[in-house]
Design a protein around this ligand. Structure first.
Ligand code: NAD
Length: 294
């Protein structure tokens, strides 16, 4: 497949490398010159501009920091540069409303559109083991499946345009809330004289069981691979959790859902990410809870 790959950052570059290795015809572009140099070093051919990369593309894949970047690119000439009927695939994590707006712009310009945000982080991007949450028609999902299979191990068709972003922020809102809950439970256990291992042995086999405890446990010891064992090196950085909870908050507000914990989690992680937490794993929130306890 001929793929324009725009946004060759932490996630985009390893994803593009995997597409090249699988034999796809990739032409990359990034506005940051160092990203272009890194792409060339790693065997990803690059173009002089986003428009040049898209000129013959069947799929125009974007991996940008935010929806603002995506909408600016779509309004700035990218849609007219691509051949009619190209499939615009955005894998960035952005607002649901922005994803739907971007898809509308692509379709109005005579193209097809899909959103497919990912989970799995840089490690998953490098290993080709990402999970994609896809918002697209069944037909577009089928067209994309072969390239999603190269970059990831699982692609879930969540519904029409915007549904991939919706699924991602619902999942991450729950994840943010559950990590705060797990961290509060462990700090309370400490204050009550419980050993971490004892509390873990109970929670991991009882009704409080969740990924935040059994895989990403916020205390060192019980789960040797969790970031707590390496001084909270990410993992999933606090800045990214804060970003995703901000997107969830926007969706809670625009839909009028009576959610209380999601917005509270967004505020807690915004505070965490305003300091050193930005670059630490989001499970490091437990240190904030200890610091604010008597
Ligand atoms: P990044 O900042 O490393 O990469 C984004 C790249 O897009 C940058 O190199 C930037 O120069 C480039 N860019 C911006 N505007 C552009 C334009 N108009 N044309 C071409 N290039 C442009 O970010 P990242 O960590 O790779 O994340 C990308 C997306 O993936 C984000 O939306 C993020 O929320 C999401 N995500 C990241 C992770 C992670 O662990 N890093 C995990 C899951 C999802």
């Amino acid at each position: 497949m001929k793929i324009a790959f725009l946004g060759l950052g932490h996630m985009g570059l390893p994803m593009a490398v995997n597409l090249v290795k699988a034999g796809h015809s990739v032409l990359g572009f990034d506005v940051f010159p160092a990203a272009l140099e890194a792409a060339t070093r790693q065997g990803v051919p690059v173009a002089d501009s986003a428009e040049a990369a898209a000129a013959e593309a069947e799929v125009v894949l974007t991996m940008f920091p935010s929806g603002k970047h995506l909408l600016e690119a779509y309004r700035g000439g990218l849609l007219t540069a691509a051949p009619a009927g190209s499939l615009f695939l955005d894998c960035s994590t952005i607002n649901v409303d922005e994803a739907r707006e971007a898809a509308g712009l692509a379709v109005a310009a005579g193209h097809r559109a899909a959103d497919a945000p990912v989970s799995g982080g840089v490690v998953g991007a490098e290993a080709g083991s990402l999970t994609f949450m896809v918002g697209a028609s069944a037909e577009e999902f089928a067209v994309l499946q072969p390239i999603l299979d190269v970059m990831g191990k699982r692609a879930v068709h969540c519904g029409s345009n915007g549904a991939g972003q919706a699924a991602k922020i619902c999942n991450n809102m729950l994840l943010g809330i559950s990590m705060i809950g797990a961290a509060e439970a462990f700090v309370l256990g400490e204050k009550l004289g419980l050993e971490h291992q004892a509390l873990y042995d109970v929670i991991s086999t009882a009704s409080g069981q969740c990924w935040s405890v059994t895989t990403n446990c916020p205390v060192p010891g019980p789960v040797p691979a969790s970031p707590a064992n390496r001084d909270y090196q990410p993992g999933f950085a606090g800045a990214l959790m804060s970003k995703d909870l901000g997107l969830a908050l926007n969706a809670v507000q625009s839909t009028g859902v009576a959610a209380e914990l999601g917005p509270l989690a967004a505020a807690i992680y915004a505070r965490f990410a305003a300091g050193e937490g930005a670059g630490r794993d989001f499970s490091g929130i437990i240190t904030d809870i200890r610091d604010h306890s008597n």
